[in-house]
Design a protein around this ligand. Sequence first.
Ligand code: PAF
Length: 287
Amino acid sequence: METPNAEIVSEKARIRRIVEEARAAGWTVGLVPTMGYFHEGHLDLMRLARAECDLVVVTLFVNPTQFGEGEDLAAYPRDLERDSRMASSVGVDYIFHPGAREMYQEGFATHVEVEGLSRIMCGASREGHFRGVTTVVAKLFNIVPAQRAYFGQKDAQQLVIIRKMAADLDFAIEIVAVATRREDDGLAMSSRNTYLAPDERAQAVALNQALERAQELVDGGERGADRVAAAMEEVINAYPLVNIEYIAICDNILLRPLEELSGGVLVALAARVGKARLIDNRVLEIE
Ligand code: PAF
C-alpha cells in the first residue's frame, strides 16, 4: 500500500495552527527536530514518534546559529526530495521546513544558553554551538507545541542540555531519547559520515571499538575512569587517521567528570577523521 506523502509546511503560523487543532481534538503530537539528510537513525526517531503519537511533525532546518566560523554549514548535506520520501515511508504527517528568515527575523537578538554544560566536551571546541542548538530547539518547542520530542542518544551531550533547558524553563514537553543506530561494523550513523573518504570510513570504526573496550573493562570490574580512558586512547591510536579531540567519562545527568565509575555513567568521545568530526558514546549502568 502506498503511504501518503508527508506535507511540507514552511510557515511557522501554519504548522502551529495544525498542531494546536490536533491537540484541541485530543491528539498526542510528536515532534522530531532534525537537520535533514536522513539515515536509519533519523527514521528510528520518526518510527517511535509514529508508534506513540497521533500526529508526527518532523522539523528539517539546517540551523545556521549552531555552526561556528569555519564549520560545515555550507557543505552540510541537503536533499529535501529524498528526505521527504524517507519521512513519508515511515508515516510522518508533516515536515516543517522553514527558510532561515522565517526562523530568524531581522534583528533577532534573543538566545537560550544552558550555562556550564554548553562549554564543556563538544562545547569546548565548538564555541556557541550549544547556544545555537538550545535557541533553535526552544523556538521549535514553541512553534510546534507537541507533547513529546524525540532526540538521538548519539548526541548525548545535546540530549543532556536539552533536558536541562526543558526542566529549567518549564517546557511542557517530554524529551524522549532514542538509541543510536549503527552500521554493520559499529560506526554510529551520522549525516556527517558522508564526508569520509573510503580509508577514513574504514578507520572510523575506532570510535565504537574504543567504547566496546570501555564496556569490556567495566564488565570485568574496572572502576577507574583514568584507566578506562587510557585503554580507549590506546584502541584509537592504532588508527592513524583518527585524531581524538576528547574522551569524557562523566555522570549522565550533569556531565560531571568521574574518577570512580558508579551509577549512570556516560562514556563519550569526539574525534576528527579527515574533514569529519565524529562523536559517539555509551551509557553504562554500574552498580
Ligand atoms: O541534532 C540535530 O540535528 C540538531 O542539533 C537539532 C536538535 C535538530 C537542532 O538544530
